[in-house]
Design a protein around this ligand. Structure first.
Ligand code: SF4
Length: 63
C-alpha cells in the first residue's frame, strides 16, 4: 500500500492527522507530512479513515 498525498490540494485542516496520527503530522514549518508513505497492512484502516476525513481529496491509497 502506498499513500499518495497531493500537497497542492492540502489546506492544512488537520483532519487526516486526527484520523491517523500514526501516518500524518505537521512539520515545524506548519506543512503536512506523511510519516510513512508505505505503511504496513495493519494501518490500512487508519489510512482509509484519513482519506475519508480529508475534505480536499488530497490523500489517496494505491495498492
Ligand atoms: S485533511 Fe486533507 S487538506 Fe487537511 S491537512 Fe489533511 S491532507 Fe491536508
Amino acid at each position: 500500500m502506498r499513500i499518495v498525498f497531493d500537497r497542492s490540494r492540502c489546506k492544512l485542516h488537520g483532519q487526516c492527522r486526527g484520523a491517523a496520527p500514526e501516518l500524518f503530522d505537521f512539520a515545524p514549518d506548519g506543512s503536512l507530512v506523511v510519516l510513512n508513505e508505505n505503511p504496513p497492512e495493519e494501518l490500512r484502516e487508519a489510512a482509509q479513515d484519513a482519506v475519508d476525513a480529508c475534505p480536499e481529496q488530497a490523500i489517496s491509497i494505491e495498492d
